[in-house]
Design a protein. Structure first.
Ligand code: GAL
Length: 703
């Protein structure tokens, strides 16, 4: 009997097993079919979205500062859905939502936020999660789950949970082209290489939203993404001048004196950053003025403003018990502390209001022009609870965005533009006027981050802090002056631009070049605002070149910095895309569709202009406030072909440009009918704003 029972049990369990397999086998096709039925909705020209499972209430697009810029999107080429619909599948269940998209054998993937190494992202499994960057690979404090494909489309996983991506790295029974099965026992040379022909992405939770952006070009993909995110940032003009951040312990008097030194040294300056020391206590912070170092903040801010210098304040959101905000924020804060301070839940309108009312009164009302929002790249444990309902994982990914939103709303309400710094960001941030920075200091990584950030709607500054020697000081300064935010961050070094005496002239030349280029840079940002083309552009965007050590600044200027630690003896290789290229300084032809080796003296960085490039320039000013009416404008033309440049201008401070108070001047270079020489003229003026320039001079750089 006993024996019988055992036998019966074994048979039963065998039966059970095969039955289970049968049932699963029957269910398999149905499950696959089910995940293939995704409904796509066109949400803007060339942009489609689908929701798999249950949509989250908070997502990146719900945190946008501005809504979709439909006009800009309408002006892009008409585009069809860029992927094979039948190959897209998705499902949600068991606390996972996932999407699968087709991927061709030769397809390459770029983007994915602020990345410090190379440009390719397809050869790996990527986990996009907030992480303080120490220099390791694939860690980022702007983990934007958006990728751009070499096939001319882009995909955003619009979910604030961590996203796990697999590129050609997963199999399903229904995968195309499954590799031939081999027997490892007899075929020992065989190594398993995952090749799934799909992109798969997943998040923890009940659902996810997928947004697909059409091209056809990589630039068009990025434009659509940026315009869908509200359009790019148009900073106030002062934001594009030179920035200094004083040592954290420096007082109001010390800083005021340092500014006098800027004048003595004839160094431009338009923003002075005040680091933690403006507060009574930091880490955690009180957010209260320290009266011993800053006895009269209003006087301090006003006296700087009268000299065309704007004040930016450092802060983080973690509150000290002595903070005047503490009591109000305590019930609105997270379950855990950071730096022993309470963490305000900025998803709650009430929290944001407490923050805004306070900052308005003690800062904006006395003229503080912007903020450096530090330490928001905190990665909270997943189980941290926020009273608004989010968990630590979700909040980590958006804390930077929420802080930006909180601060920018105050300026928006006052019809004032701001421009600041932030140490964490994410998707949908193109319209948010904050630039990323980090505590990392590898120059090569800094330049790679400049290139990569342009693929994800974020801005980055390769800030200069200090240097081991004069040459490093100059090379770092030159690079940062060609970036979205030209800043010396001396919070710890206390350095000034003239700290390395022997190279003071070279430093002045680098900063002055930025000041001279302001009309060009401002127009480039206007392109970002209205057309979504980023100011700094990876070589992928216009030229399909995979490179992370040179980039385009605007339409015409190719910037190839001498990277400290990488390029030795002032020499480097530069990739010149198809088309003729010219030396910025001399106008001489340098090459076409080739790699060249260049050596430059310390006072120069390698800069090239494309054929027909027109670069509007002014004489260097100490700060953008000095660009008054009737400033002399020089238009440099390079190369041998007719071309044009649309110069953008407005008041540089408010949003009145949104009510048509701007100007666009069309500068054209044409061939003279009689002598066939190139001549320059103004061929159109649009808009009601009176532009800054008076005399116009043409300089044909290529003889
Ligand atoms: C760091 C920040 C630095 C500086 C410093 C002040 O977290 O990255 O730029 O602001 O804090 O304590």
């Amino acid at each position: 009997m006993k024996f019988k029972t055992i036998i019966m049990g074994a048979v039963a369990s065998t039966l059970m097993t095969s039955l289970t397999h049968e049932v699963l086998a029957q269910q398999l096709p149905t499950r696959l079919q089910q995940i293939q039925q995704l409904k796509w909705q066109q949400v803007a020209p060339g942009v489609w979205k689908t929701i798999i499972g249950k949509a989250d209430q908070v997502n990146y697009m719900s945190l946008r500062r501005r809504s979709v810029q439909i006009d800009g999107l309408k002006s892009l080429p008409l585009a069809n859905f860029p992927l094979d619909l039948t190959k897209i599948a998705g499902t949600a269940g068991a606390n996972k939502a996932f999407v699968r998209l087709p991927m061709a054998d030769d397809e390459k993937i770029y983007g994915m936020g602020l990345q410090f190494k190379g440009v390719r992202r397809d050869h790996k499994r990527y986990r996009m999660e907030m992480s303080w960057y120490h220099g390791g690979n694939e860690k980022t404090h702007a983990p934007v789950p958006f990728y751009v494909s070499s096939k001319g489309y882009g995909v955003l996983i619009n979910s604030i949970s961590n996203v796990e991506f697999f590129f050609n790295n997963t199999y399903r029974p229904d995968s195309d082209k499954l590799p031939v099965k081999r027997d490892r026992t007899t075929d020992r040379k065989w190594t398993h290489k995952a090749q799934g022909k799909y992109v798969e992405a997943s998040v923890n939770g009940d659902g996810l939203e997928v947004i697909v952006f059409a091209g056809p070009t990589l630039m068009n993909v990025v434009q659509r993404y940026n315009l869908y995110s509200g359009g790019g940032v148009l900073p106030p003009k002062w934001g594009l001048g030179f920035w200094d951040r004083a040592h954290t312990k420096h007082s109001q008097d010390f800083i005021t004196n340092a500014i006098k030194e800027y004048k003595t040294h004839k160094m431009p300056l338009s923003v002075m950053g005040v680091e933690p020391g403006w507060q009574t206590k930091t880490y955690p912070s009180t957010l209260a003025w320290d009266n011993s170092r800053f006895p009269d903040p209003k006087k301090f801010v006003t006296s700087l403003k009268n000299q065309g210098i704007y004040v930016n304040l450092w802060e983080h959101p973690y509150l000290h018990p002595e903070s005047p905000l503490y009591k109000q924020i305590e019930p609105l804060s997270a379950s855990h502390l950071v730096y022993q301070g309470i963490v305000p839940d900025l998803t709650l309108a009430k929290t944001r209001k407490v923050f805004q009312d306070y900052h308005q009164k003690i800062h904006l009302d006395i003229g503080i022009a912007g903020y450096k929002l530090d330490e928001v790249d905190e990665r909270f444990p997943g189980h941290v609870f926020f009273p608004g309902g989010l968990n630590g994982e979700q909040y980590s990914n958006i804390q930077g965005l929420l802080y930006q939103k909180t601060m920018v709303e105050m300026y928006d309400r006052q019809n004032l533009r701001t421009y600041g710094l932030v140490r964490a960001s994410n998707a949908g941030a193109a319209s948010s006027p904050f630039v990323l920075y980090s505590d990392h200091y590898n120059h090569e990584d800094f330049i790679a981050a400049l290139c990569n950030s342009s693929l994800s709607g974020i801005l980055w500054t390769p800030e200069i802090r200090s240097a081991g020697n004069e040459r490093e000081w100059v090379r770092r300064m030159q690079a940062v002056c060609m970036s979205p935010l030209a800043m010396l961050n001396a919070w710890s070094s206390g350095k000034k631009p003239w700290s390395f005496k022997k190279v003071e002239n070279e430093i002045r030349t680098a900063i002055n070049l930025r000041m001279s280029l302001l009309p060009y840079i401002y127009t480039t940002f206007a392109q970002y605002r209205f057309t979504g083309q980023p100011p700094v552009r990876s070589m992928l965007l216009n030229y399909n070149i995979e490179n992370a050590d040179q980039f385009m600044l605007g339409d015409s200027l190719l910037v190839a910095p001498i990277i400290w630690g990488k390029h030795k003896n002032d020499t480097r290789e530069v990739i010149l895309p198809k088309g003729k290229w010219y030396d910025f300084y001399t106008g001489k032809y340098v090459g076409n569709d080739q790699k060249i080796k260049v050596t430059v003296s310390l006072d120069k960085m390698p800069l090239f202009v494309k054929n027909g490039g027109i670069i509007p320039m002014i004489n260097p000013v100490m700060n953008p406030d000095q660009i008054k009416e009737n400033t002399k404008l020089t238009l440099r033309h390079y190369g041998d072909v007719p071309s044009e440049f649309m110069l953008y201008d407005d008041d540089g401070k408010t949003f009145n440009y949104q009510n048509k108070e701007f100007s666009i001047t069309r500068f054209s270079v044409v061939k003279d009918e009689y002598n066939n020489k190139l001549v320059g003229k103004i061929t159109g003026k649009y808009g009601s704003y009176k532009p800054f320039y008076g005399d116009v001079k043409w300089l044909f750089m290529t003889k």
